[in-house]
Design a protein around this ligand. Sequence first.
Ligand SMILES: NC(=O)c1ccc[n+]([C@@H]2O[C@H](COP(=O)([O-])OP(=O)(O)OC[C@H]3O[C@@H](n4cnc5c(N)ncnc54)[C@H](OP(=O)(O)O)[C@@H]3O)[C@@H](O)[C@H]2O)c1
Length: 229
Amino acid sequence: MAKQKTALIVGASRGLGLALAEEYCARGFRVIATVRRPAKELEQIAARYPSSLEIETTDIADAASVAALSQRLARRDLDTLFVNAGICLARENTPADVREQDFVALMLTNALSPMRFVEMFESQVAPDGIIAVMSSELGSISGNRGAWEIYSSSKAALNMLMKCFAARHAGDSRAMLLVAPGWVRTEMGTAAAMLSIEESVPAVVTAVEAHAGQPGLRFIDRHGKPLPW
Ligand SMILES: NC(=O)c1ccc[n+]([C@@H]2O[C@H](COP(=O)([O-])OP(=O)(O)OC[C@H]3O[C@@H](n4cnc5c(N)ncnc54)[C@H](OP(=O)(O)O)[C@@H]3O)[C@@H](O)[C@H]2O)c1
C-alpha cells in the first residue's frame, strides 16, 4: 500500500484554506491545518476525518509563533507545504493615500510571512514534494491592469521572494509553486467574485499535486496553466 502523504495547510480557518484542508482529507492525505484561533468549521471537518486532520495554531506574521510551530512539528515529514494565509486591505487606495500601517500589514502578511514560513519548513518537505504558496493573478506585473494596487504589489513581492528562494535552491528536486486560485467568493473575494469555492479548490489541488516530482518554480493558475510573471 502506498504511504499516506502529509500536507501542511497554513491559514485554514475559512475560505480557500478551509476548503483546501477538507479537499486534501477527502483525497486521503494526512493534513495538518493551521489557524490563528479556534475555528468551528475546521473542527467540524476534523470530526469527520478524526484520523486524518490535525489542527495546529500559528500566526504567520508573528515570527515567534511560527518558530513555536516549527518546534512542535520538527519531526514531521511533509509531502506538500501549502501556505495559503493572506489578507486584503486598502483595496481602493493608491500610494497617494494608503495608510502606512495598511501597506506594511499587506507586505508583512502576504509577502514576507509566507516566505519566512517556507524558509522555516522547507527542509521537512520530501525530495519529491511540493512547496506551494497562494499568490494571485493580480501579482502578475505583466498582466497588471491597475486594480487593488497595494494588495497586487504584495503578491508581486511574494512572487519575487519565491523566485529568489528558487534561485537560491537551484537544482532542488522539489516543485515550487505560486498558485492563483481565480477570483473566488470568500470573505476576501467578496460575493461579486466569479467562482464558487467548489469551482476553485478541487482544481487547485489537482493542479498542485500534478507537480509532485516535477522540480522547478512555476506561477500557475488553478488549472496548472503557466501565468505571465
Ligand atoms: N478569494 C479570492 O478571490 C482570491 C484570489 C486570489 C488569491 N487569493 C488568495 O488566497 C488566499 C486565501 O484567500 P481567501 O479568499 O480564502 O481569504 P479569506 O476568506 O479572507 O481567508 C484568509 C485566511 O488567511 C488566514 N490568515 C490571514 N492572516 C493570517 C496570519 N497572519 N496568520 C495566519 N493565518 C492568517 C485567515 O485566518 P483568520 O480566520 O484567523 O483571519 C483565513 O484563514 C490568500 O492568500 C489570498 O490572497 C484569494
